[in-house]
Design a protein around this ligand. Structure first.
Ligand SMILES: [Zn+2]
Length: 73
């Protein structure tokens, strides 16, 4: 719930990049960043749209990298 201007203007809504999810993206990360939490992301451009849930998971995973196994992927 915090709209953040990334300076990229308005882009069409992308689907979450996490395989099997496909929810509406809430945040965009660089693919490299996203891969820190989701290593098996497809090589598809340089940006990785994440839905709200996966963004939260990403934040958590990058913050506490050692509790990754709790996430189950
Ligand atoms: Zn997702």
């Amino acid at each position: 719930m915090s709209p953040e201007s990334s300076g990229e203007g308005s882009s069409p809504t992308d689907a979450c990049v996490v395989p099997g999810c496909g929810a509406e993206s809430a945040r965009h990360l660089s693919l490299a960043e996203a891969r820190r939490a989701f290593p098996d992301l497809p090589e598809k451009g340089r940006r990785a749209p994440l839905c709200r849930e996966h963004y939260r998971a990403w934040k958590k995973a990058t913050k506490e990298a050692r509790t990754l196994d709790r996430l189950g992927w």
